[in-house]
Ligand binder design. Structure first.
Ligand SMILES: Cc1cc2nc3c(=O)[nH]c(=O)nc-3n(C[C@H](O)[C@H](O)[C@H](O)COP(=O)(O)OP(=O)(O)OC[C@H]3O[C@@H](n4cnc5c(N)ncnc54)[C@H](O)[C@@H]3O)c2cc1C
Length: 217
């Protein structure tokens, strides 16, 4: 029942989950965010929505409750397809737990929409963590508006781990995400080829920003 606008303005969210805070203003307009809820956005599971991809990148855990009990669903298992979730008809989404970021972490959210507030043509949420030698210990990259639901760029993420952040690494990872991890649709808003190109460019930018915020280089 947490309104999007309340979460957007929360100092706690800004401190503990800066990726969520950064993504929030991209959701439509203040009028929409005054009414829309975080749980409602996740339960609705629009493939072009920001929050499903953010929760995938943050590796959030979602608690579903019904008369027969409660269960925790990892974000990776929650989104099941076009406007589809793992919730059964009698379940409510009652809690979203975002794990704290380990030290040496950085996050970034970027998207392109024709006008600010429109649904994104493509968006990317990135969480990275550096080890004590400045190499990538962990990377999570989630894209929106490139398929039936939010997409975790699993192949691209593997490419990052153990590497020292560099422009070359960002480019290679972004190309991997755009060519291997996603299969974007063509629709009235953009062609599949355009979305793929956009995914590569935005993933590269998001990685650069996230690693910089993590303290790289
Ligand atoms: C004009 C407009 C523009 C928008 N632009 C964007 C955008 O750019 N980006 C974006 O991400 N979103 C956008 N949205 C979506 C908006 O931000 C809300 O997320 C969305 O409308 C859902 O609203 P709600 O939270 O009130 O949920 P509701 O409309 O109340 O619910 C949506 C669905 O989820 C179910 N549901 C809601 N809460 C729960 C729960 N806790 N547990 C189980 N099921 C639940 C409901 O039964 C319903 O089926 C836009 C919406 C509008 C109207």
């Amino acid at each position: 029942m947490a309104r999007q606008r309340v979460v957007e303005r929360s100092p706690l969210v800004q401190r503990a989950a800066p990726l969520l805070a950064e993504a929030m203003p991209f959701i439509a307009h203040p009028q929409i965010r005054n009414r829309g809820t975080v749980g409602g956005s996740l339960a609705h599971a629009d493939p072009a929505a920001e929050l499903p991809a953010v929760m995938l990148a943050l590796d959030a855990r979602l608690e579903a409750r019904s008369r027969s009990g409660a269960r925790t669903i990892p974000a990776t298992a929650f989104f099941t397809g076009l406007f589809g979730t793992a919730l059964t008809p009698d379940e409510l989404l009652v809690e979203i737990a975002v794990p704290p970021l380990p030290p040496g972490s950085g996050t970034a959210f970027v998207e392109v929409a024709r006008r600010h507030g429109d649904y994104a043509l493509v968006g990317v949420a990135v969480v990275v963590t550096l080890d004590e030698r400045g190499r990538c210990r962990d990377a999570r990259i989630a894209l929106l508006s490139v398929g039936a639901g939010p997409v975790l760029a699993a192949e691209a993420m593997k490419l990052c781990v153990g590497e020292t952040p560099s422009d070359e690494m960002f480019r290679a990872t972004a190309e991997m995400a755009a060519t291997r991890d996603i299969d974007p649709p063509s629709d009235i808003h953009a062609s599949a080829a355009y979305r793929r190109r956009l995914a590569a460019v935005l993933t590269r930018r998001a990685l650069g920003r996230a690693f910089e915020r993590a303290g790289a280089g």
